[in-house]
Structure formats: structure tokens, C-alpha cells
Design a protein around this ligand. Structure first.
Ligand SMILES: [Zn+2]
Length: 550
């Protein structure tokens, strides 16, 4: 064992403070490993390196600086007994190295191919952006260099769309579009050794040995017709792993031929290409979205305090198409209650939210409507039948009555959720009407008192900051979040077909501020959370003037 100085560690990225090197024997091969510690050890795991990263051959879980990935970060270290940690982790390291040298974990190379490929970064000379969804078939696809990056796509339109969507250029149409060949391998290749990239002849035989018979034929046909070779030719390769396809690129440099290098018996300069995959199918599921929801269309009415929380969350569910209706603009007194703050001051709420969503969440279709819902419906700007779900988050009972009456009178069966906050944080509600057995109007008695409210009737909560134009009901952003969570759960359960009736759901908050402001709560506020859930259908009024006329 030899103690190491701080500058003797193979990598700076781990903030290592002290360590040792020593010799071990793995499968009869003598080699040197380094054990290093951060000053926060034993709260940070010890870091191990192979002094020479391919001393045991090029094996999985050893990076190009020799770093040995022996565990994921879920290991819990017992800081009371540092010696045991050292023993436990050393065993894991030796096991990882042994498995690698015995090639029993070679499958990890295929499963984590991208990680090993990306450690070739020293050799990358270009970054490639792909919105192309890899297929099982050899084919010609298109490429263009736009804004310093190569973009590949199924066709030129797909490339232009990608450039616009990911803002690589303002004028992507001016780019030069060219062909490149896409080759899906049937059997996966091992990643190339970090410091020893494939030779072109080697790659050529690997490709022809590992494509399916059908694709080999197709590839030969394409190559026969592939002329007008440029200085650089790109090929894009995919190979299988357990949960999909890996995509990588190789670029041939300095060409001066008539034929594609893949048909030539000569040696060429080739470089690995780093691919950033921005396909819809890759981006969306990783964010936790459900791709089956992508076809759903939602109409969001009201993009205020609650609506501005709902909109991005609906997109993160995987909803691909949202129309947002709001004719209000973001004012100074909205800033601390609206998700879009100062940046969007004086902008229309629907348009501002649409801009925000399109910039941050690719592959979504957002249609903003700067108008009231009443005008939008009357003037046929929108058709309520076009949607899978309507969410009314205006908090305005008058708008909700309008929607409820309109849907019933015109026999429009689009499901709708109404949601709103109570004042001073005492609660919030969400009502789903997905069939004609009950409706929003059922909530109200003959004196237009909301039976589902947490407030005793006859009280007025509007506050005015600076005259009539800025009156508002006092509630906080946190209240809006709670109402949004209640509503989003309801949306999710509805979209997953877990609800078959029209429940009226509530969250109940603290009433201290409400009481201090001189107000009184209703009897319904006294119900426990369990009782609130149990009574979720009690609002239904069999004599309702809107829904009980059968
Ligand atoms: Zn009703």
C-alpha cells in the first residue's frame, strides 16, 4: 500500500482528498487499484480506480479514467463502522472486476452501450441531433448541418421542425440537405475501447456480419446507387438492447471517392459521432408521461392561479393537445399567485402560457385563445364537442353556470371538471361531470347558495387593492396548488377510466386566517376528510332544474 498525494488521483471530478494505491490479483492477473476518499467519508462512498483502465481487458463498469462503478448510489453506508464500509465496498469492487474479466457481465456492455460510446468524447468531432425514430429497416434518411450541429430526420421537413423546435437555427430552410444511410443491426456490437476506436475495415465487416439477411440485401442495393460522395459521409447505426434500440453515428472523413466507403476495399478515417436523441418517444416517457394520453385533447378554461399550475402538469401527464382560453392579462397583483411571473407582465394569460409551454415542452400542441369562453363558443371559435375533457378553472360561478347550461341544453357529452379555491386557505373543490346523472347546478339550492361550500352563506370575501378593477378573493398560491393537485388526481383517474360517476371532491385547510378575518365556516367544513370523501355524491339534486329534466 502506498499513500497518494492529492494530485496523484486519476480524476479530479470526485473531489478526492486522500487515498492509497495497492496491488491486487484478479484471475491471476496482477494489477494496481487506487482507493480514494473525500473528506466527508464515511458519508461519501470510497472511490476506486484501476490504475490502468484496461489492465484486465476492456471490461464493463470501468471508465476511461479507471473509475470503477461498483454500486449504484442506493448503497447505505453505516458511518458508525467505517472499516466495514471499506471491506464491503472492496468486495464489491473485486467482484465487479472479476465478473468483467470473466466476461460474465458482458451483457452490461450492450445494455449500457451509450454510456461507453459517449466516453469516446475525446474523439467526437461533431454532435448530431436526432428526431428520427429508429426502425428495423435499412433506409436512406436525411441530414443537414444547421447551427453547427448535424440534424438527422426521416425527411427534410422533420429536420426543419427539429431545428425550430430545439432552436438550433432561425433559418433552417437555408441549410444543405443530404442523404445518409441508416443501418439497424440485428445483433449488438460491443462498444469500442475508449482509446482505440474501430478501423473502417473492421466497422464494415461488423456491419455486414450483424445485419439481417434482408437488410444486407437492401443495404447493398442502396450502396450500389449511392454516388456523388461528399468529403464526409455519415452513417447512423442502431442496435438492440432489452428495452429498445441504441442509436449511434460514425462519420467518414476526408473522402475523395466515387463510391460509398462501405463498398470500397480501402481504409478510411472514421470518427464516432455523439447523438442527442430528441425523439418524442424518448423525451416523453422519461418525463413520466404516458404516451397513450398523447392523443387526448383538453380544453382549459381559465389560466389564472389554478389554471397556470394545471397547464404544465397536464402536459407532464403526457397530454399532447391543450387549448387554453383566457381573456385576462398578467397584472402586478398576479405575480405572486401565477406560475408565470414578472417575465410575462401585461401579456394575455393564455398566450403567455402557450409560449411558455411550447418553449419548454416539445411535441405539444397548444392553442391559446385570447377571448372569453362565452364569446369563443358563441362565435364558433371553439367547439366544446372537440375535446376529450374540459377543465374549468376560472373560479367564476357565472362561467361555470354558463358552461353547465350550454352543455346540457345542447346535449354535448364532453366530460367537464370544475375547480375552484375557497377564500383564506380553508379549502378547494373539484367537480367532475362526465355523465348526465348530475351537474354543476345541483350544487346550488333555490337561493343560489352553494351547498358544497365551506363558507357560511351570505358573506363576501372580495378584497380591493386599488379600486374596482383589482378586486380579488384572498387565497394564496399554496391554496391553488392544493386545488390543482386535487383536480389533477381527478383528471388522471378519469383518463385512466377509474371513475364512473360525477364526484364532488374537496380538500380542507386550516381556518385560522378565515376566522381571524371575521368569517364563519359552514357545517360541511366540520366534516372529516373521510366524511368528505364519503359524501362526494350527496350534492346531487334529483329536482335540479338542469339535469333532472329527463
Ligand atoms: Zn343538476
Amino acid at each position: 500500500m502506498k499513500e497518494l498525494k492529492k494530485d496523484e488521483f486519476p480524476s479530479k471530478k470526485w473531489n478526492l482528498d486522500y487515498g492509497f494505491s495497492g496491488n491486487v490479483e484478479i484471475n491471476g492477473i496482477k494489477t494496481t487499484i487506487i482507493i480514494a476518499f473525500n473528506e466527508h467519508y464515511p458519508y461519501k462512498k470510497p472511490i476506486f480506480f484501476l490504475k490502468d483502465y484496461d489492465a484486465l481487458d476492456f471490461i464493463p463498469h470501468v471508465e476511461n479514467d479507471g473509475y470503477i462503478c461498483y454500486t449504484d448510489d442506493n448503497i447505505i453506508l453505516n458511518s458508525q463502522v467505517p472499516n466495514e464500509i471499506l471491506e464491503q465496498t472492496t468486495l464489491l469492487v473485486l467482484d465487479t472486476l472479476k465478473k468483467g474479466n470473466n466476461k460474465v457481465n458482458i451483457n452490461d456492455f450492450f445494455e449500457e452501450f451509450e454510456d461507453y460510446w459517449n466516453r469516446n468524447h475525446a474523439q467526437f468531432d461533431t454532435t448530431l441531433i436526432s428526431s428520427f425514430r429508429p426502425t428495423e429497416e435499412v433506409q436512406l434518411i436525411r441530414r443537414a448541418k444547421i447551427g453547427g450541429k448535424i440534424i438527422i430526420g426521416l425527411d427534410d421537413n422533420a429536420i426543419v421542425e427539429t431545428a425550430i423546435r430545439f432552436k438550433t437555427s432561425r433559418r433552417p430552410n437555408k441549410a444543405l440537405f443530404r442523404n445518409c444511410i441508416y443501418i439497424p443491426l440485428e445483433n449488438p456490437l460491443l462498444p469500442p475501447n475508449y482509446n482505440d476506436f474501430w478501423e473502417s475495415e473492421e466497422l464494415k465487416s461488423k456491419i455486414f456480419e450483424n445485419v439481417s439477411a434482408e437488410n444486407r440485401k437492401k443495404l447493398s442495393e442502396i450502396l450500389d446507387k449511392y454516388h456523388k460522395i461528399k468529403k464526409e459521409e455519415l452513417i447512423v447505426i442502431s442496435q438492440p438492447k432489452s428495452n429498445g434500440l441504441v442509436l449511434y453515428g460514425v462519420i467518414y472523413k476526408g473522402l475523395n471517392e466515387d463510391n460509398h466507403p462501405l463498398v470500397m476495399d480501402a481504409s478510411f478515417n472514421i470518427k464516432p459521432v455523439d447523438i442527442i436523441r430528441l425523439e418524442k418517444e424518448i423525451i416523453q416517457p422519461r418525463g413520466g408521461g404516458d404516451t397513450t394520453l398523447n392523443e387526448k385533447k383538453i380544453l382549459l378554461i381559465g389560466c389564472g392561479s389554478v389554471g397556470s399550475i394545471l397547464a404544465p402538469e397536464l402536459i407532464k401527464f403526457g397530454i399532447g393537445n391543450i387549448t387554453i382560453v383566457d381573456n385576462d392579462f398578467i397584472s402586478t397583483d398576479n405575480i405572486y399567485r401565477h406560475q408565470l411571473g414578472l417575465n410575462f407582465l401585461s401579456k394575455n394569460k393564455a398566450i403567455a402560457m402557450s409560449k411558455f409551454l411550447e418553449e419548454n415542452y416539445p411535441y405539444t400542441t397548444i392553442k391559446p385563445i385570447d377571448n372569453s369562453i362565452e364569446n369563443s363558443v358563441t362565435n364558433s371559435i371553439i367547439d366544446l364537442q372537440d375535446y376529450d375533457l374540459i377543465v374549468s378553472a376560472t373560479g367564476s360561478p357565472n362561467t361555470n353556470f354558463y358552461l353547465n347550461n350550454y352543455l346540457f341544453k345542447n346535449t354535448i357529452n364532453t366530460p367537464i371538471i370544475y375547480c375552484w379555491n375557497e377564500p383564506y386557505g380553508i379549502g378547494g373543490h373539484s367537480l367532475l361531470v362526465q355523465n348526465r346523472s348530475s351537474c354543476y347546478n345541483c350544487l346550488y339550492d333555490e337561493n343560489l347558495v352553494n351547498k358544497g361550500s365551506f363558507c357560511l352563506p351570505g358573506q363576501h370575501f372580495s378584497k380591493k387593492i386599488a379600486g374596482c378593477s383589482s378586486s380579488f378573493v384572498p387565497f394564496s398560491s399554496l391554496d391553488s396548488h392544493k386545488t390543482a393537485v386535487l383536480t389533477l388526481d381527478l383528471v388522471k383517474n378519469f383518463l385512466n377510466n377509474n371513475i364512473h360517476n360525477n364526484p364532488y371532491l374537496s380538500w380542507k385547510g386550516d381556518n385560522q386566517d378565515f376566522i381571524n378575518a371575521g368569517f364563519m365556516t359552514s357545517k360541511r367544513y366540520d366534516l372529516s376528510n373521510n366524511e368528505l370523501i364519503k359524501s362526494r355524491y350527496e350534492y346531487i339534486d334529483n329536482t335540479c332544474s338542469i339535469c333532472s329534466i329527463k
